[in-house]
Structures are given as structure tokens and as C-alpha cells.
Design a protein around this ligand. Structure first.
Ligand SMILES: [Fe+2]
Length: 245
């Protein structure tokens, strides 16, 4: 971004996170590559509360790399965490999942997927960054036929995906969730450029942190510089998040 372009861009407003609902996080401790301990999670939740975030959905990874992450085990871990965290300052918590479209997915569907919204059965799905695994396209389509509404997590992060992929997904009515930190370049320049393009094309419906740890988050958020139109678009995504409940 040239300095001239930068002149017309600004940071996120101070009240950006006030009342926000984060729909994608790896805060459930010790179950995936996210937060490793209850203490670290509590520290992060307290900070999110201070930032004004009112709701957080914990969305641990469900994938073949974590075979022990069955619905039953994750629900148990969530319940235990909530019990232990009772009375601590934190946003309101709920449980969802981030489902990798891999060979473990059919089994997870069989158990019933953890959704972001009960009424519309919205389910957060991801693919590997390098390529779609064999059968992933069909899995997405089948899950929709079973009455779920797929939300594609961070489409900007998929190296293999071009605009034609995004358009095909949109034609199938899959929804898109932006990772806020993609706009800070946290996943590299191509992901940042794609995120800005998709945002300006109005292709996202939701926004999330995909928080795995606290390192550098504050600095990254403050480094985000956007046009007024882009910031307005982010506020619309936050409104959609709230409607998920
Ligand atoms: Fe994630």
C-alpha cells in the first residue's frame, strides 16, 4: 500500500468491538492447536471482555488430526470449562466447531455437527490451505442437503482458491467468514489482498478472530488500516454475527 493510499485509510474505531460477538475462536483449552490451558483462556476471555466483546463462540477443530475430538468429548470439555470458570469476568460463551472437510468429516456428520446457530444449523467448515481434499466438494454439498448451512471459514487463506472458486461457492449459497487478522497481514500478503478484494466485492457475511493465542494480537489489530467503506462493511458483518445469537 503506498503512503498516498494510506492517507485515506484509518484504524478501526475505538468502539469497534463494543457488543461484538466473535463466532470463531480456539479458546476451549487443551483440545486443539489453540489455547493450551485454562489459565491462558481465562486471561484471554478477561481481555476480550475489557475490549467490549459480549459473546464468544468456542469453535475447536474437528479433523482427522484430532480423532479424540468427538462431539461428545468436546461438549464435555466445554461443560467442564464453563463450570470451572463460573463467576469470572468474561463474555457469554457458547460452543460450535470448525470442521475440516477431510476423511473424518462423515463420522462427525453422523454424530451431528455443532452449529453456530440452532435455527438455521449454520456450520463452520474449512479446507486445508494448500488444496481441497478429495471429496471435499461433495462433502460440502451433502451437508447442505442434510439441512446444514455451510459457512466457509477464512476463504482468503486458501492458497489454491481463485475468484472462480469463490464465485462457484457463492453460487452454491455457501456463506463466507473473514478472519479479522487477515486484514493485518497475519497470514501473508496474498491472504490480505484476497481479504480486501472479497470485502470490497461484498462476498463476506461474517467475521471472526480465529484466535489461537494472544501474541501480537493488539499490535496486529491496531495496524489494520481501511477505507471508510471497508470499515462500514465490517460493521455490517458484526451485525450479522449478532444475529447468530
Ligand atoms: Fe479456526
Amino acid at each position: 500500500m503506498s503512503w498516498i493510499t494510506n492517507l485515506f485509510k484509518s484504524s478501526l474505531p475505538a468502539d469497534f468491538f463494543t457488543g461484538a460477538c466473535d463466532i470463531h475462536s480456539h479458546l476451549l483449552p487443551g483440545v486443539d492447536d489453540g489455547f493450551p490451558s485454562k489459565e491462558k483462556t481465562l486471561e484471554a476471555l478477561e481481555l476480550l471482555k475489557k475490549q467490549g466483546i459480549s459473546k464468544v463462540k468456542m469453535t475447536p477443530h474437528f479433523m482427522k488430526d484430532y480423532p479424540e475430538n468427538t462431539r461428545e468429548n468436546i461438549e464435555k470439555a466445554f461443560k467442564e470449562f464453563c463450570e470451572e470458570a463460573k463467576g469470572r469476568p468474561m463474555p457469554q460463551l457458547s460452543l460450535g466447531g470448525e470442521y475440516m472437510l477431510d476423511s473424518a468429516f462423515p463420522q462427525r456428520v453422523e454424530e451431528g455437527l455443532l452449529t453456530l446457530n440452532k435455527e438455521f444449523k449454520m456450520v463452520l467448515c474449512e479446507t486445508s490451505y494448500m488444496m481441497m481434499e478429495q471429496g471435499a466438494k461433495e462433502m460440502l454439498y451433502d451437508v447442505m442437503l442434510k439441512g446444514y448451512q455451510p459457512i466457509i471459514a477464512h476463504p482468503e487463506r486458501y492458497n489454491y482458491a481463485s475468484m472462480s472458486h469463490y464465485k462457484r461457492w457463492k453460487e452454491k449459497d455457501y456463506l463466507f467468514q473473514l478472519n479479522l487478522l487477515s486484514l493485518a497481514g497475519a497470514y501473508g500478503k496474498p491472504a490480505k489482498e484476497k481479504a480486501l478484494h472479497l470485502l470490497n466485492e461484498g462476498m463476506y457475511e461474517y467475521i471472526g478472530s480465529d484466535l489461537h493465542r494472544l501474541t501480537n494480537v493488539k499490535e496486529m489489530v491496531s495496524s489494520i488500516k481501511l477505507s471508510k467503506k471497508e470499515i462500514d462493511s465490517l460493521f455490517l458483518l458484526l451485525e450479522n454475527n449478532k444475529r447468530l445469537g
